[in-house]
Design a protein around this ligand. Structure first.
Ligand SMILES: Nc1ncnc2c1ncn2[C@@H]1O[C@H](COP(=O)(O)OP(=O)(O)OP(=O)(O)O)[C@@H](O)[C@H]1O
Ligand SMILES: [Mg+2]
Length: 443
């Protein structure tokens, strides 16, 4: 059987010698006396378990040690004199960053068990980490029914060249969907130009879209190619299309009908081949009803309509997204943070997420940096505390319910003959009567 590998950080080497004497035949320990060597040793395929010997409370530089040991999926065990656990700095460090600790003198049996537990736990966490992290498609995370339906729609839409109107709340992933359509369509080698109509001052939108000739207006020192022309042979993504001023909507409609543009200050018509993907977080149909959006343009853009579901409508995906975001930001976290508490995961399920995935990303990034806990809590995320979990029965309750079931079914079988049932169940009549009483069984 191949030996389990462990790392032993021991400056004096005394514990290492003592561990060797314990003769753990199934373990092979690499002993190192400094953190630089440890860092190098961990850069390959690191062991699953590490032991750190503390000769004194300050024997290792705390920050460097913590940053080293938080970086790898290794379960760490501290070895120290019991008195050191009174130290105000060391005890919290051990509690935060270590799987367990072992006090001196070494107790062979206890150390063997601690090593075994740590190894088992490390095997599980490493297997979990190697599990595919990004269930989903097109660079989007999600496995809920809603997202799978969206993936199927994106797939179908990518193969046609029609305009698409993408609806969905703020931060739900509309731009990501537009990029997915582009990168899976025949236009994938052409440009993807994104433009937010809501973020550009109305007097500049025309030249942003159509471009201008030199001298077209004061400040137009050079000819400028507009976004429509820049997106030639590719995709123009118009975010917040509802913010396009009414007069420009007419110009834009003309471009959609004729596939030509005229730069501001020019008379020349330029032919362009651009697919339009537009997004809106407002109800564009209502904007049409209220006279803020041209009906003819609406129908032109809305040939295909996609709706990105709000995060609260796909709460099945929240844990998956949270883990993905956690792993994407693993290098920017407080060293002791290891993941989410189950309470935090429940709080995330219960919260309505008005800012959708973007809000989820922001809250998790903040919590990963600021949390002082090993497992992020709802408070770290700035969310209301989760409701209590439905009570799981205690062992006593579970045992009582099984006992009751067995006694009742036997009483039924032997027509309430207590002596017979007692014999069948291997207890005395007195005991059986006591149980019938305690379990509130009606004879
Ligand atoms: N399913 C997803 N998987 C992974 N990341 C996602 C997913 N959906 C959205 N995101 C991320 O969330 C953020 C917001 O997404 P995006 O910008 O596409 O939203 P939006 O709907 O365009 O927002 P807005 O309405 O504010 O323009 C981005 O960082 C994006 O990468
Ligand atoms: Mg957007």
């Amino acid at each position: 059987m191949s030996k389990r590998k462990g790392l032993l950080l021991d400056q004096q080497g005394t514990i290492s010698a003592a561990v060797q004497r314990l003769g753990f035949t199934d373990w092979d320990f690499l002993t190192l006396d400094n953190l630089d060597a440890a860092r190098k040793a961990l850069s390959g395929r690191p062991p699953l378990v590490g032991l750190v010997v503390f000769d004194s409370a300050r024997s290792w530089p705390a920050r460097q040690l913590e940053s080293l040991i938080s970086r790898h999926q290794i379960e760490w065990i501290a070895i120290l004199e019991r008195s050191l656990m009174q130290d105000g700095d060391l005890a919290p460090l051990v509690a935060r960053s270590f799987h367990d600790f072992h006090t001196l003198p070494l107790d062979r049996e206890r150390l063997r068990m601690t090593l075994g537990h740590a190894h088992g736990k490390a095997v599980i966490s490493r297997a979990a980490a190697e599990f595919p992290q990004h269930p989903g498609r097109f660079g989007m995370t999600g496995s809920s029914d809603r997202m799978q339906a969206l993936f199927r729609q994106i797939e179908r839409i990518s193969t046609v060249d029609a305009p698409v109107l993408i609806g969905g709340e703020s931060g739900s992933g509309k731009e990501l969907v537009a990029r997915a359509i582009h990168s899976h369509s025949d236009r994938k080698n052409g440009p993807f130009i994104a433009m937010n109509c809501g973020a550009i001052p109305p007097n500049l939108i025309q030249s942003e879209l159509f471009g201008h000739e030199r001298g077209a207006f004061s400040g137009a020192h050079q000819r400028k190619i507009g976004n429509i022309e820049a997106a030639n042979d590719g995709v123009l993504f118009l975010d917040e299309i509802g913010d396009l001023p009414l007069d420009l909507q007419a110009n834009f409609l003309r471009f959609l009908q004729e596939h030509t543009i005229v730069r501001v200050g020019s008379t020349e018509r330029v032919r362009v081949n651009v697919r339009i993907l537009a997004a809106t977080h407002v109800d564009l149909h209502r904007a049409v009803g209220e006279g803020r959006f041209r009906e003819d343009l609406f129908y032109r853009l809305n040939v295909v309509h996609l709706k990105v579901p709000a995060l609260r409508e796909r709460s099945d995906d929240i844990t998956l997204l949270a883990d993905t975001i956690f792993n994407d930001n693993i290098h920017q976290k407080a060293p002791q943070v290891r993941g989410f508490s189950s309470e935090a995961l429940r709080a995330m399920q219960e919260y309505p997420w008005p800012g959708n995935v973007r809000e989820l990303i922001n809250r998790i990034q903040h919590a990963m940096i600021m949390s002082e806990n090993r497992l992020i809590t709802s408070a770290d995320l700035g969310l209301p505390q989760a409701q209590q979990e439905p009570d799981t029965p205690t062992l006593d309750e579970a045992r009582a319910s099984v006992e009751k079931e067995i006694i009742v079914s036997n009483l039924r079988k032997y027509r309430n003959n207590v002596s017979e049932v007692a014999r069948q169940l291997g207890v005395s009549r007195v005991t059986l009567y006591r149980m019938i009483d305690r379990l509130n069984i009606v004879l």
